[in-house]
Design a protein around this ligand. Structure first.
Ligand SMILES: [Zn+2]
Length: 391
């Protein structure tokens, strides 16, 4: 057995040292300069491996195609994707990765506790490039065309609108499936995510001089607060897990005259997420009754959809993943994602995109860490998946 850790760990340690924290407040894509720096490094490394036409798009997508083995050009093209940016939730500046043994005797990599580690998603990047190096140096493995995609601004959600679909069609004729390497611990596979609705609730008060307000004032601040406390606390993110959905007020602002409340609504079932949105109308009428003269308006839109239905309609995508997991000796389990992923949005665009574990834990935090042997397994799983699709 080849030593996979040599293919991935030195790379991983190089990548995490580049600060690629994305910036929610920056409207540009990519939202930070460091993502360009990492993209250029990755394109260069891919060229050294022999993918001489690796390219970077105007919005910082890295694209690199591993050609099919001779005689396998007709096999479906599959993609592997990981994201360049790291979360703003913890500092990504001057990351000093520490390699050590944990209590269980496994080798892990963590930060020094002052920053996040950036395994999310640089472990995914290192695993994909490690697998590419393995495939390119083992021409005896027959496979179809493989496209490597590194994307900007996954954490801010601002990358995927610039997904280079046309360029990818030109390069490959279209992807039959894509797999993101952006999941958690060993064995975790994700084919299901929330349906997400964002609601904006606007409160218009009736204002009058406060000295003579008795019986007349409708205070928009209080209307927004009254509405927020109507949201059932048993259906909040802090009270739910697994397959339970929720309401979550995420932003509130306003004054006597006008107030705004933003509410995230989540559920794995599309019917139920829409029912929850409809319930907000009932709350709106109830608040108007409590505050005579005040007006409440609810608007909502779908942010993203559960990818399960579309992935299930391409059963080969999961079947091949299961076969590759079996060959790699990975006991896998399906876990619902209590959030969205770029994969869910790609699935909506017609490319079924499940998510694969990368071996990391405690993402977006100062205690983030990754298991070296789980990273090796993820890398071997990618190689097997390529082999299974080529068979
Ligand atoms: Zn991620």
């Amino acid at each position: 057995m080849e030593n996979f850790s040599e293919l991935i760990i030195p790379r991983f340690l190089r990548y995490v040292r580049i600060c690629t924290t994305s910036d929610r407040r920056n409207a540009e894509t990519p939202s930070s300069e460091g993502q360009w720096e990492l993209a250029r490094l990755l394109a260069e490394e891919l060229k050294v491996l022999g993918i001489v036409d690796a390219e970077i798009t105007d919005h910082c997508y890295v694209l690199a195609k591993i050609p099919a083995s001779p005689g396998f050009q007709d096999k479906p093209t599959i993609g592997f994707m990981a994201h360049l940016d790291t979360s703003q939730d913890a500092s990504g500046i001057n990351i000093k990765p520490i390699t050590e043994k944990n209590d269980a005797g496994d080798t892990i990599i963590r930060s020094d506790g002052t920053t996040l580690l950036g395994a999310d998603d640089k472990a995914g990047i290192a695993e994909i490039i490690g697998a590419a190096e393995y495939l390119l140096s083992h021409p005896e493995i027959n496979h179809g065309p493989v496209l490597i995609i590194f994307s900007p601004d996954e954490e801010t959600g601002k990358g995927l609108p610039f997904f280079p679909m046309d360029r990818i069609k030109a390069l490959t004729g279209g992807l039959s499936a894509c797999y993101t390497l952006d999941g958690g611990p060993l064995g975790e596979l994700e084919t299901e995510c929330f349906n997400a609705i964002e609601a904006k609730v606007s409160f218009t008060g009736r204002v009058i001089h406060l000295g003579t307000a008795r019986g007349k004032l409708a205070n928009a601040c209080l209307m927004a607060a009254a509405f927020a406390v109507m949201l059932p606390r048993t259906e909040s993110p802090e009270a739910t897990d697994g397959y339970y959905g929720y309401y979550c007020p995420t932003e509130i602002s306003g004054n006597l005259q006008q107030a705004e409340l933003e509410v995230f609504i989540r559920d794995f079932d599309l019917g139920r997420v829409k029912e929850r949105a409809a319930v907000l109308e009932t709350f709106a009428r109830a608040v108007e009754t409590q505050f005579p003269g005040g007006k409440v308006q609810v608007e909502w839109k779908i942010q993203y959809l559960n990818m399960k239905e579309k992935i299930d309609s391409h059963p080969e995508v999961l079947a091949k993943l299961e076969e590759a997991a079996r060959r790699t000796g990975v006991e896998f389990y399906l876990k619902p994602i209590r959030g969205g992923t770029d994969g869910s949005r790609l699935t909506e665009l017609g490319i079924p995109t499940p998510n694969i574990f990368i071996g990391g834990r405690d993402f977006h935090s100062l205690s983030e860490w990754v298991s070296v042997s789980d990273m090796e397994t993820a890398c071997r799983l990618v190689v097997e998946l390529v082999r299974v699709w080529g068979a």
